[in-house]
Every structure is written in C-alpha cells, then in structure tokens.
Design a protein around this ligand. Structure first.
Ligand code: SAM
Length: 243
C-alpha cells in the first residue's frame, strides 16, 4: 500500500532538502510514499497571516494559534480524499517517546499528518481536539518540530516494503529484536595493525552466526544494560556475556 504523509510546518524550506535526498527521494520516486509539506501560515485568516499569539495568563514566548492548524488539517484531508482516518501526530517534547516499535506501528497506516510546532508550542486545543498522537523524539527541547518530524518520517519510510534494496536488512538492525546490532567489517582485511576477526573470513556459517549473537549481546550489555536486562536469555548465556 502507499503511505501518504503530510508535514505541516511554518518552515517547509527546512524540510524539503532532506526529502529530496537518498532513500527518501527514491521512496517518493517509486511511489511507495507520497510526501507533501504544507505551510500552515497559508491558513491564517487575518491580513498579516499571523500564526502565533501571547499566552493567556502571561509567560514568556508565543504560542501557535489553533485555527490555522485546524484549517490546514482539513485542507490536506480534503486534498487526499482518502477513506482512511489519518493519524494526526503532534510533535512535542511532552509526547510518548518515539522508538522502533512505534515506527513499525505507524508504517501500517495509510495517512499520517505531522504537526511541527515552533516558539513555545501549541495552543492546547490542538492537542485535545486535533491530534490523535503526541510524539517526542527524546528528552530534550528543539527549536521546532521539523527535525523531529523528519526523524519519524525517515524511520517509518525505510521500513516500507521495497524501500531498502535488501529486504532482509531492517530485520538485523539495532532495536528490531530488542538488542543492538553486531559489529561489521568491510575491506581491507587489515587496516594499520587491526585485522578483521578471523571467524568472519572462515565461511563457516554457524560459527559466524554464533559469533554475531555473542557480540550483539555484548554490545547491548555494555551500552544499554536497560535493554539487556529485558532479553529472554537463559542464566548460562547471560552470565557468559556479563562476565
Ligand atoms: N514549550 C514547549 C514545552 O516545554 O513542551 C516546548 C516548545 S519547543 C521550543 C518548540 C517545538 O519544537 C515544539 O512545539 C515541538 O513541535 C518541537 N519539539 C521540541 N522538542 C521536541 C522533541 N523532543 N520531540 C518532538 N518535538 C519537539
């Protein structure tokens, strides 16, 4: 199926170059995804195309007004004319944290609409009555939702069938099976005094698989003990790695 993506932003020029490069450009060209960037400033109803205003109750900074965002979402829905209800994803540091499992969930949808905030964020009625999801890309604060939406779009699109050359490759990636990937090497066999691990040159498939699993577990234990603790390992395997 085709995945339709709409990104609503005040700064389309910050988004478009990424969509026209590499894997995302190819996914668009081959028709796996259809991505459209819309400036919701065009949906402001006043003469000066205002999209932000002071927060009621005082406080620093400006907030994005609700009406242009509601109008822009209506507009992209009407343009797409899809029978599927879209997921309307508000990018916010207050959202549920994005990860590979969420990427897999979103890839099954037909239409995703991303709302990129700016300044101090959104009038809360956008969250309450327009968004179906609130997503954060991590516990830090960016100036705008553009990079955050691109992070999600990129991670979702690369999971679509046919986007990566080799269908197998996403399955081996870090976070696909709860652990980090094993180390990999390419030519030359010897670089300075550092040689590629012998087992990888052996052609012995079973030994290579066993080595990769051990190394993947060791990587996970070293860098992400939180993930390691959740892996369903038997005690023997766990203690071999931890040792
Ligand atoms: N005042 C807001 C708060 O404390 O929750 C932060 C606003 S931030 C400066 C401006 C916009 O950047 C947000 O509306 C959101 O769209 C985006 N943004 C910032 N950090 C983000 C994150 N970690 N994940 C997703 N979007 C983020």
């Amino acid at each position: 199926h085709v995945l339709h993506l709409d990104i609503l932003s005040l700064f389309p020029e910050a988004i478009e170059p990424y969509l026209s490069s590499s894997v995302l450009a190819r996914a668009k060209r081959t028709g796996t995804v259809d991505i459209c960037v819309t400036n919701f400033r065009d949906f402001s109803e006043d003469r000066h195309k205002t999209v932000d205003d002071y927060p009621f109750g005082g406080g620093a900074g400006m907030l994005l007004k609700a009406p242009p965002l509601f109008a822009a979402v209506d507009h992209v829905r009407a343009l797409r004319n899809l029978e599927y209800a879209p997921r309307v994803i508000m990018m916010t540091p207050q959202g549920r944290t994005f990860n590979q499992a969420v990427a897999r969930e979103l890839k099954k949808e037909r239409h995703l609409i991303f709302l990129c905030g700016h300044y101090e964020g959104f009038d809360d009625r956008v969250r309450q009555h327009l968004a179906t999801d609130e997503l954060s890309i991590g516990d830090f604060v960016l100036t705008g939702g553009e990079l955050a939406a691109l992070v999600v779009v990129d991670a979702v699109v690369r999971l679509m069938p046919g986007v990566l050359g080799n269908e197998e490759s996403p399955k081996q990636d870090s976070h696909e099976n709860g652990m980090l990937e094993y180390p990999q090497y390419t030519r030359p066999r010897k670089f300075r005094e550092w040689e590629v691990p012998e087992v990888l040159l052996s052609g012995h498939h079973e030994n290579i698989e066993a080595w990769r699993r051990r190394e993947a577990l060791a990587n996970t234990c070293r860098n992400r003990p939180d993930l390691f603790m959740k892996l369903p390992l038997d005690e023997r395997e766990r203690s071999e790695i931890v040792r």
